[in-house]
Write a protein that binds this ligand. Sequence first.
Ligand code: GLP
Length: 259
Amino acid sequence: MAEVIIVPRSAEGGNLVASEIARRIRATPDLVLGLATGSTPLPVYEALRPALAEVDVSGVRGFALDEYVGLDPAHPQSYRSVIAREVVEPLGLDPARIRVPDGRLDGIAHAGEVYEAAIMDAGGIALQILGIGTDGHIGFNEPGSSFASRTRVKTLTEQTRADNARFFASPDEVPMHCITQGLGTILEAGQLVLLAFGRSKAAALAAAVEGPVSASVPGSAIQLHPHVTVVVDEDAAAELTRADYYRYAYANKPTWQGL
Ligand code: GLP
């Protein structure tokens, strides 16, 4: 099962994950990271700045989870722009080594295959950072997504479009389609680190971690992965039925074990 770590605040979660990523980059300078967008991973990226200050990051490679389809790549809310602004530039990563699915309409029919091939050429993703949507989606794999799915175009649910409207001038501006790593793609990463903060994520998080494994809750796919770390604050942990056990297990975590 996933290791669930309940932290007092998102900042502590960010520090924890950032120090593990820094440790991994020191050991493997060309580490392949899976990068998530949205507000959830921001504490990780903020904590990575000091954590990587003395670390050579010139070889680090990265693959974003997803992208909007049909949004100008230069739009400030395209995930290409978000990853550049929030991850690549502040951490001093090499932009040539960081990829985002190509959501431009020209070539979209093959963009998924191209992305899958690039991940394979890189030797796969070593550590995949994940957030979770209020409807249980990971990446942009909306409820009903196949656990075998690969990078492909999906139609966003109305709920996801409404959730993401805060990033756009008006709800109508939120694209209808996206291109996202599939659940099958995500499950092939070496390690999954799923973060969730805030009460609005509690139901989706509990369903993903403790509910039945079901395509209706795409996040529940993590239960099929052998190495998953879930980092949540108290609010996001509110609906977990085994919270006491997770706290007990973490308090007694063997010192030799990394995240
Ligand atoms: C977005 C992204 C996901 C993200 C999720 C939650 O739409 N495509 O990768 O994990 O929804 O977003 P947030 O972290 O802002 O709550």
